[in-house]
Write a protein that binds this ligand. Structure first.
Ligand code: PLP
Length: 399
């Protein structure tokens, strides 16, 4: 018995005087490169039409990267506005001292929410006359103008005024004294479709519809109303999609459009997903691994247990379909991904140890794995892969 409990023989450090915090890289974490965000924004801006502004879309905690890091670095790269989905996301950015214009892309329909929006110097997206009147009243009772963007629906059937009623409505809204229309915008439904560059594709027809509508409304140039339509994919379709501003998410985070366009871009993914090996075991040939024993070893196999699972936001449907990078080599993940852990076949490695860090998303040497690769493997989209990561994964800024 004493042989097994002898700390020295088992190479156990007997000094247990440690009262520090848990290291964020103790099990699994996300590394975020602010410099990559900054460089991506700079590069994307260089492709824009003259005087076209860049709105960095930082909703959903900056697509899971950390909205503060993303916003600050996007602004360094030249983003002049930010887009969030919710009131709370906008208010949080204000508490960090970020002072560029922020547009709330989601709909705020209660007086209380619109008042909070006004008090925090956020611009709401407005899709009805009723909301315009509430904003006007809020502006009036504060002796100020309430800045907002109007949205028109040109084919997404989500938020926005009906196109065919907007011309008259715009004149009425524009005559309200206590609002300031800072933007008119719409959102593309099919910018990622394979035929997007074809003149009769639905995205091209949507742009034409938006353009026709803008010609019909009487915009006074001195009002400096920003017109905007394009997301990442829309921006790549050409300068006639740029108008006065683009709203960019996915490509700012380093992932190119899902379709082929004429633009040559060298975007740098800003996110690395990493996890530590917490255990290594050998199994014989013919042994089942993880829930359901869906993977059975066909040779004597060395398994690494990674401390990351679906409770961290890894989609379970990726079980057995992904590889993990270590020291420029790929290793297959095997068996069902469990809530907090997953197994990797490292039979062919002699350098992976307990405590080694493996890369789930990111690159090392010639190996690179992106959320687009994961999305392809589980019939998903890269946006959802990125937004699925839970708060249990610490975000660590690396530069
Ligand atoms: C209204 C709006 N504009 C812009 C974007 C940015 O889109 P992308 O990430 O494709 O650039 C989004 C994202 O969903 C959005 O909802």
């Amino acid at each position: 018995m004493s042989i097994f409990l002898n700390n020295r023989k088992n190479n156990v450090d007997t000094n247990l005087n440690f009262d520090g915090e848990v290291d964020p890289t103790q099990r699994a974490w996300i590394e975020v490169s602010g410099k990559a965000i900054e460089a991506n924004v700079r590069q994307l801006r260089s492709k824009l039409k003259n005087n076209c502004q860049f709105m960095a879309v930082v909703k959903a905690d900056g697509y899971g990267h950390d909205a503060k890091v993303v916003s600050e670095n996007a602004i360094k790269g030249g983003a002049s506005q930010l887009g969030v989905a919710t009131l709370k996301e906008g208010i949080k950015l204000r508490t960090y001292g970020i002072n560029v214009p922020i547009l709330v892309l989601g709909n705020l329909y209660t007086k209380k929410d619109l008042l909070l929006c006004f008090r925090n110097d956020l611009m709401p997206t407005v899709s009805t006359i009723r909301e315009c009147l509430i904003c006007n009243n809020i502006g009036k009772s504060n002796n100020l103008k309430f800045s907002l963007h109007l949205k028109v629906d040109t084919g997404m059937s989500r938020l926005g005024f009906e196109c065919n009623q907007f011309v008259q409505q715009f004149n009425d809204i524009n005559s309200l004294e206590n609002i300031s229309i800072k933007g008119i915008y719409s959102h593309l439904a099919c910018a990622d479709e394979k035929n997007a560059l074809h003149p009769n594709s639905s995205v091209q027809l949507q742009r034409e519809k938006f353009q026709k509508l803008l010609k019909l409304i009487n915009i006074n140039k001195t009002q400096n109303i920003k017109i905007h339509l394009a997301n990442s994919a829309g921006m790549m379709l050409g300068k006639d999609f740029h108008f006065d501003m683009v709203r960019i998410g996915l490509s700012m985070y380093g992932y190119g459009p899902l379709i082929r366009t004429n633009e040559k871009l060298f975007l740098k993914p800003a996110l690395y997903l990493k996890s530590k090996v917490t255990f290594i075991r050998m199994i014989e040939k013919g042994v089942g691994v993880s829930y359901g024993n869906k993977f059975v070893s066909n040779r004597k196999t060395k398994l690494a247990v990674l401390s990351i699972g679906y409770a961290d936001g890894i989609i379970r449907n990726l079980s057995g379909k992904i590889s993990i990078i270590y020291n420029k080599k790929l290793y297959p993940q095997v068996g069902s991904i469990t809530m907090d852990q997953m197994m990797v076949d490292i039979t062919d490695s002699d350098d992976i140890k307990v405590g080694s860090t493996m890369i789930l998303l990111g690159s090392d040497g010639g190996q690179s794995i992106s959320p687009i690769d994961w999305a392809d493997k589980c019939n998903n989209i890269p946006w959802e892969i990125l937004c699925s990561f839970k708060n249990r994964l610490p975000r660590v800024q690396i530069d």
